[in-house]
Design a protein around this ligand. Structure first.
Ligand code: ZN
Length: 404
């Protein structure tokens, strides 16, 4: 029996996508011939708390040591962070006495806006590159994984934050209960915990199966978040669906449940109606994923067979995973472009498609560009207006295959 990492209940496997390589493990040219480790990739759902999760996990130290993702390379992420910072300051009346701690603060893309507003900040992130970038912006950092031990150490230093933010991090922490326990102990009295995480309902309805990979251990419903928080003495006081990353939940929580907005009960009721606790809800999704995988693969192979030259846009983890689960590699795609200079010159894990700067779209003019970063489709198509003007075509694979 496999047990739930949140509540300890029994889980059932609903979708198998593996074995697959680690989605962020880019290959350098001199190591292309080395054997690549593949790990199982099975999505399971807890029968007790309904939390969707990977049945098997890879140790975080293996996954995040050389994590190449820097948030500030996306304009959409920066705009989203700026708005969130303004909302936090206004909503929770943060002033120059306030302290905000962000868990998984990456390169400081969010904290920079709070710091500009005169608020004290502290970032926590295990990735060396992200910490170095944040420190270069004068954002104080702790290079560490967050958990109850670090929370207790911070409390001993007298650091009790008025707000703790954990955006796009709660999906990544296998020892979920230790992290939430640490957050509950660290918050100043009256403080608020704010988390954003991809929403499992959006993932399923939008067929975003390429966001299922080893770094993402958990796929949250609000129902599952509610039970996780309550177990540690926190209660959701507000919830909203936000459009970032293909659809996310923003949940605010505090010790005092009397502050709860009506959105909390409303979303719990909506999820019950949707079937958040029914295994068939997840099995129907799995069947749709199987059909789409076949359709996408056949479409790309047909374009190639017709003599078209294909490339891709977006060397992010989910792009690597989509190609890996489709079994589409360098025999179909000439190259993939990405704005992050740290990725350029490397190769995607598994499929070994070479990564180039975006300028190569204009210099090489492939006939089709598969938009792997489909969640930034509007941003990328606007940036690549010249490629399209010269006759280039984008293929958007998800949620519905379309040529744009
Ligand atoms: Zn559970």
């Amino acid at each position: 029996m496999i047990v739930c990492r949140s509540c300890g209940g029994e889980v059932s496997i609903v979708l198998s996508l593996g074995p697959a390589p680690l989605a962020n493990a880019l290959r350098s040219a001199d190591r292309l011939d080395e054997a690549e480790t593949r790990y199982p990739l099975d999505l399971a759902v807890c029968r007790r708390c309904s939390l969707a999760q990977l049945a098997e996990t890879v140790p975080p130290a293996v996954l995040f040591k050389d994590y190449p993702y820097l948030s500030s390379f996306s304009d959409t992420m920066l705009r989203h962070a700026e708005m969130l910072a303004a909302t936090l300051v206004h909503r929770y009346a943060l002033d120059s006495d306030a302290l905000v701690i962000e868990i998984g603060s990456n390169d400081g893309y969010l904290l920079q806006y709070l710091r500009s507003a005169g608020i004290r900040v502290l970032g926590i992130d295990p990735a060396r590159a992200a910490c170095a970038r944040a420190e270069s912006r004068s954002i104080p950092m702790r290079e560490a994984f967050f958990g109850s031990a670090l929370a207790d150490a911070l409390v001993r230093e007298g650091l009790r934050p008025n707000a703790i933010v954990a955006n796009n991090v709660m999906a990544h922490v296998p020892d979920l209960n230790d992290v939430v326990a640490g957050i509950a102990r660290l918050l100043a009295p009256g403080g608020v915990f704010v988390m954003e995480t991809p929403y499992v309902r959006d993932l399923m309805e939008g067929l975003e199966f390429d966001t299922i990979y080893h770094e993402h251990v958990f796929y949250y419903s609000f129902t599952a978040i509610d039970q996780m928080l309550v177990r540690h003495g926190l209660r959701p006081i507000d919830v909203a669906r936000v459009p970032i990353h293909g659809g996310s939940l923003r949940v605010s929580a505090a010790v005092d449940a009397a502050r709860a907005s009506s959105a909390v009960a409303a979303l719990l009721a909506e999820e019950a109606e949707w079937g958040v606790r029914e295994l068939t809800t997840y099995r129907t999704f799995a069947d749709r994923v199987s059909a789409v995988r076949v359709e996408l693969r056949e479409f790309l192979l047909a374009r190639k067979k017709a003599g078209r030259r294909l490339a891709a846009y977006g060397a992010a983890a989910k792009g690597a995973m989509l190609l890996s689960t489709l079994g589409i590699g360098s025999e179909v795609l000439d190259f993939v472009v990405d704005r992050n200079p740290r990725k350029q010159g490397h190769y995607l894990p598994g499929t070994h498609v070479p990564i180039s700067p975006p300028e190569r779209l204009l210099s090489d003019m492939p006939d089709d560009v598969l938009l792997l970063a489909w969640n930034f489709a509007d941003e990328i198509q606007a940036q690549q207006a010249e490629y399209r003007r010269r006759g280039g075509t984008f293929i958007v694979p998800i949620p519905v295959l379309r040529v744009a």
